[in-house]
Design a protein around this ligand. Structure first.
Ligand code: A3P
Length: 316
């Protein structure tokens, strides 16, 4: 079985490409845009990921609340001693990003073994890969998918800050440019709109297999959403004190608690990402885009949202 390692392969150089941030390019593969260093891992997942029927895949577009959802899922599954693990390990080390940590070139070539053999101990996998690229695998394996999403303006502003935290991008940053690229779909794993719509449609068609959760719903009523997720996972809470367990999960996974855990405060660089672990915790609020986007930018994104989401029947 051939595992792709080489990011400079000739095949990639023939893909359509576009600048998205300074001199960094994205490459179009199977209808979505990806960074070159991520493509071998993404293709490896598309070819070799073999989910078991009981597996759960957390799918998300970047910056939509993935880290939070990882902590919640881990806690729901490990009721009891979860806060200890959450304190000691970053959520991305508890539940890996498959294409970067399990199937990426560094994982494949390292002594930790090939991505095709590796599985997380939780039975939960995470990916940012669009639904259509993994649809056959999802449908034939009968695994369950939890998709977390977030409103486009806050997602964009979170992405902006995340990219600015990287030495590669900080110097050539222009928010105006990023708004243009976001609306035209040319952002990593974009288009954001198609990414969300694909998962949303599948959640309507197969509600027993795909659960669609938004960042804003979580913020508004965490207890309700935690119970909803636990029910979807067929993961009843032990004992009589369901509310007590749920409250403990809310507390342990709150932005305040999580951003104070040593593993999450760490400035150490995650080698699979090239950014420090603490970059995943910034503000954790709904509506922060108002502090950064001007009226013209907001209108542009709103127009795009109406055209893509509202016309398809999805309201955001
Ligand atoms: P902001 O940049 O708006 O603060 P992802 O995990 O998909 O990369 O998303 C990161 C976003 O989720 C960041 O948003 C981050 O601050 C926020 N976040 C991380 N942990 C959170 C938590 N426990 N509660 C709420 N938001 C959280």
């Amino acid at each position: 079985m051939e595992i792709l390692k080489d990011v400079a392969s000739d095949e990639y150089s023939r893909l359509p490409k576009q600048f998205w941030w300074g001199s960094d390019c994205l490459y179009e593969w199977r209808g979505f845009w990806f960074r070159l260093p991520h493509l071998p891992g993404i293709r490896n997942v598309a070819e070799h990921f073999d989910p078991a029927p009981g597996d759960v895949v957390l799918a998300s577009f970047p910056k939509t609340g993935t880290t939070w959802m990882k902590a919640l899922l881990y806690s729901i599954i490990h009721q009891g001693d979860f806060s200890c693990s959450l304190r000691d390990k970053h959520p991305h080390e508890l539940i890996h990003v498959m294409e970067l940590q399990d199937f990426g070139p560094s994982a494949v070539s390292s002594s930790r073994g090939s991505g095709t053999e590796r599985h997380t101990s939780t039975g939960i996998h995470h990916t940012h890969i669009p639904f259509s690229i993994l649809a056959d695998k999802y449908r034939t394996s009968e695994c369950r998918i939890i998709y977390v999403t977030r409103n486009p303006k806050d997602t964009l502003i979170s992405l902006w800050h995340f990219a600015c935290a990287s030495d590669t991008f900080a110097s050539s940053a222009s928010l105006q440019d990023l708004v243009e690229k976001f609306c035209s779909g040319v952002v990593p794993y974009g288009s954001y709109y198609n990414h969300v719509l694909e998962h949303w449609k599948e959640s309507l068609e197969r509600p027993d297999k795909v659960l669609f959760v938004s960042y804003e719903e979580l913020k508004a009523d965490q207890k309700k959403q935690i119970k909803r997720i636990a029910k979807f996972l067929s993961q009843p809470f032990h004992g009589n004190d369901e509310d007590g367990v749920v409250e403990e999960i809310v507390r342990s996974c709150s932005f305040k608690s999580m951003s104070e855990y040593e593993a999450n405060k760490s400035r150490e660089e995650a080698e699979w990402l090239g950014l420090p672990y603490n970059a995943f915790f910034r503000k954790g609020e709904v509506g922060d885009h108002k502090n950064y986007l001007n009226e013209e930018m907001i209108e542009k994104i709103n127009r795009k949202t109406v055209k893509k989401f509202h016309d398809a029947g999805f309201m955001y």
